[in-house]
Design a protein around this ligand. Structure first.
Ligand SMILES: [Mg+2]
Length: 272
């Protein structure tokens, strides 16, 4: 894994003159991780940069988040952006809208799991159960360290019978456990789908995908883009990530967005 700004000159050369498809995770990438999902805020400068980038003709932006679609749209509130919630299961943006077919059996299972977890965890301080409509998140960031093992055990005991029957999928992220529909769909699949759509639309091989993310679910995207795009992990460099580059924190992500905007401005100047 290489530090992105050590290779910035080479990367600039790669980005110049291309149609850039920018895929961005939200929590831990654009907005610093907060105590609770509700408290996470995107810095004003980052938001302004995204707004400017979204208006550029040769840039497309998609936010790929684990939050629900409604929630991520509210958090950003920008136009001309593709929003994808629930790790790619819901998509909405200019000329695109998608939501998965969810079976009745899954909905019933999800509701039962939610009620069971709420009951079994009611005495554990700090647990947040977030109903994301087609999925469920159990956040334990605020739970006392000594209680985390107990929370995880209760979660796994509750979901196991649904997992074995292929009625749900269970995933883990940063201080969060999730129940999702039993579909073969992840952040990697959704970005390849969005890219294919855009290619057929107009720009063919001129498209350069760039993905930035910080969590386990972003690894599917890093894998998907390994040979065809620029992949950036946010956080301490780690052997286990498939991303090629890393940035230290969300401030450096903002710096990268500023850099991309400058390249694009240069492009426009040249054309005049
Ligand atoms: Mg994240």
């Amino acid at each position: 894994m290489r530090y992105l700004f050590n290779e910035w000159d080479a990367l600039k050369g790669r980005i110049q003159g291309r149609y850039l498809f920018l895929f961005l995770d939200f929590d831990g990438t654009l907005a610093p991780i907060a105590e609770t999902p509700a408290k996470a805020v995107i810095p004003q400068e980052t938001k302004k940069l995204l707004n400017k980038l979204a208006k550029r003709k040769h840039i497309r932006i998609a936010i790929i988040s684990g939050r629900s679609l409604g929630n991520i749209k509210n958090k950003l509130g920008l136009n001309n952006i593709i929003y994808s919630g629930n790790h790619g299961l819901e998509i909405e943006g200019p000329k695109v809208k998608f939501s998965p077919l969810i079976s009745r059996g899954y909905k019933i299972a999800l509701k039962t799991i939610k009620n069971t977890l709420a009951r079994k965890l009611r005495l554990v301080k700090g647990v947040i159960l977030e109903d994301k409509s087609i999925s469920l998140s159990l956040h334990y960031r605020l739970v006392d360290d000594k209680q985390v093992f107990r929370v995880k055990t209760i979660f796994h005991e509750t979901v196991i019978r649904y997992l074995l029957g292929d009625r749900i999928k269970a995933k883990e992220g940063k201080k969060v456990l999730e129940v999702r529909p039993p579909l073969e769909w992840d952040k990697g699949k959704v970005i390849l789908w969005l890219l294919a759509r855009q290619k057929f639309a107009k720009y063919g091989n001129k498209i350069l995908p760039l993905y930035i993310g910080d969590d386990l679910t972003d690894e599917d995207a890093f894998k998907a883009l390994r040979r065809i795009g620029i992949t950036v992990f946010v956080g301490r460099p780690t052997q286990s990530s498939k991303a090629k580059y890393y940035l230290k924190d969300t401030c450096e992500v903002t710096k990268l967005l500023r850099g991309i905007l400058e390249i694009q401005s240069e492009n426009q100047k040249c054309k005049k």
